[in-house]
Design a binder for this molecule. Structure first.
Ligand code: PHE
Ligand code: NA
Length: 459
């Protein structure tokens, strides 16, 4: 509604609370829930990891989600510009501006590898449609995935197609591009996951899977596992990276941020848990290893599609919806980069999307090669902490486990300690005792939680 908050002009605002929820949930629900959550849960021993993840969602994820959206709405601009104008108007130290920069750089890096995995979803739509899973055993299905990873040209092709889709949508502008895409397909994905869980219930290993996911065995939890759980809580909610700041800048003043954030967190967490409940029974029923890594859903779900009636159609629809979920997350990652280019380089939206997308695509080649030509290259492998990590592993670690949680820490501290208090309660949308408790969590518990995890990992 004024010159200092350009996104807060009536013509730019999300049409409703629902439109924002759809976009923010579209950003949250993605490969992180369906591809990443199951495989890292498998790698880090199951129940105890899941428990830590859920605690992190509650005491770190939700408060930062609220704070970041609130900051974005107050600033009403791109993440970098929002932090610049808020540090001035709130009279805080300029150092907080690093939150905006961290977001732009992290969004850039995360999309570079996310797009490669998005390409896998594209490939698997084709494999499902071709009937390649029908009647196939675990070894065949595993072989198909192995062959894909071994072929850098194929990975590059689908990484390129995925990036092209994302650039086209973002280049066309925030409202037409974003609002339409997320509208109907996310509920469908949810329903399909529920169907998969029902299917998995009859696999004979459902009980074992529930045990694996929910019976915590703390002897399997490492300090690094705790860091990964924290990182994933940030990753899955898209917090600490400027995305919610960018989306929040279009949010009308009347929308209740706290309530909206809760809705998004509940949705996102349910999708992840459903994905786990669909996948782990198949893992155990087929004698597979839960800790096989990034290929987990691509070597388990096709087994189910290959055995069930209507599996070809079902498989195609599933991977198509996975693609949609991935795209709606990816467009949110491009947003901070594009807004920065628009505002700071004065290039129009379409050219910004194109230039940003091209640069990200190029960096993504590093991830493409991580699975084949460079699979033995471990750039920081001389440090015990990064032993065996490929370029992809390092990028994922840097963004998910360092930049996003530390961005979240800075946001919690900025909103909890540095910003002025007046108007904060109305902006957040909580009252009385609930508001006061929330502020205690945001000021103390959230930062302490993040710091403790980091300190443990340093020692
Ligand atoms: N939250 C997304 C997912 O779970 C990933 C994401 C990370 C989106 C960072 C935006 C920014 O798939
Ligand atoms: Na998510």
């Amino acid at each position: 509604t004024n010159q200092t908050q350009p996104h807060q002009q009536a013509s730019n605002l999300w049409s409703s609370r629902l439109a924002f929820i759809l976009a923010a949930a579209g950003s949250a629900v993605g490969l992180g829930n369906i591809w990443k959550f199951p495989y890292i849960t498998g790698e880090h021993g199951g129940g105890a990891f899941v428990l830590v993840y859920l605690v992190c969602i509650a005491i770190i994820g939700v408060p930062v989600l609220i704070a970041e959206t609130m900051i974005g709405r107050r600033g009403g601009q791109s993440p970098v510009a929002t932090m610049r104008s808020l540090t001035d108007s709130e009279g805080t130290a300029r150092g907080w501006r690093i939150i905006g920069w961290n977001g732009v750089i992290a969004s850039f890096l995360v999309l570079s590898f996310y797009s490669v995995i998005g390409g896998w979803a594209l490939v698997y739509i084709g494999k499902a449609a071709a009937g390649l899973f029908t009647g196939a055993d675990a070894e065949t299905i595993g072989g198909q995935f192995g062959n894909l990873l071994a072929n850098p040209w194929e990975l590059l092709l689908w990484h390129s197609v995925f990036m092209a889709i994302v650039v086209l949508i973002v280049g066309r502008g925030i409202r037409s591009g974003l609002e339409r895409a997320v509208n109907t397909l996310m509920p469908l994905l949810f329903i399909l996951l529920v169907v998969m869980v029902f299917y998995a219930m009859n696999s004979g290993s459902f009980g074992r899977a529930v045990d694996f996911m929910f019976a915590p065995d703390f002897s399997k939890l490492t300090t690094k596992g705790v860091l990964v759980a924290l990182g994933h809580a940030a990753f899955t909610l898209s917090i600490g990276i400027g995305v919610l700041m960018a989306y929040g800048s279009y949010l009308p003043k009347k929308v209740n941020i706290a309530r909206t954030a809760m809705t998004i967190a509940v949705l996102d967490t349910s999708v992840a848990l459903l994905a786990g409940l669909a996948i782990f029974p198949l893992v155990f029923a087929n004698g597979l290893e839960p800790g096989t890594g990034p290929g987990l859903i691509f070597v388990t779900l096709p087994l189910a599609f290959g055995q069930m009636t209507g599996g070809v159609l079902f498989g195609v629809i599933f991977f198509a919806l996975l693609l949609v979920a991935a795209v709606t997350s990816a467009i949110s990652m491009l947003e901070p980069v594009v807004e920065w280019l628009e505002e700071h380089k004065g290039i129009n939206r379409f050219k910004s999307a194109l230039a940003g997308g091209l640069a990200i695509w190029f960096v993504g080649i590093g991830t493409v090669l991580s699975f084949n030509v460079w699979s033995d290259i471990h750039p920081l492998g001389f440090l015990a902490f990064f032993e065996g990590k490929t370029v992809f592993d390092l990028l994922d670690f840097l963004v998910s486990n360092l930049m996003m949680p530390l961005g979240g820490l800075a946001i919690a501290l900025f909103a909890g300690w540095a910003m002025r208090r007046e108007g904060l309660m109305e902006d957040i949308g909580l009252r009385g005792g609930v508001y006061r408790s929330f502020m205690v969590v945001l000021r103390y518990l959230t930062p302490a939680g993040i710091l403790v995890v980091f300190l443990y990992n340093l020692i």
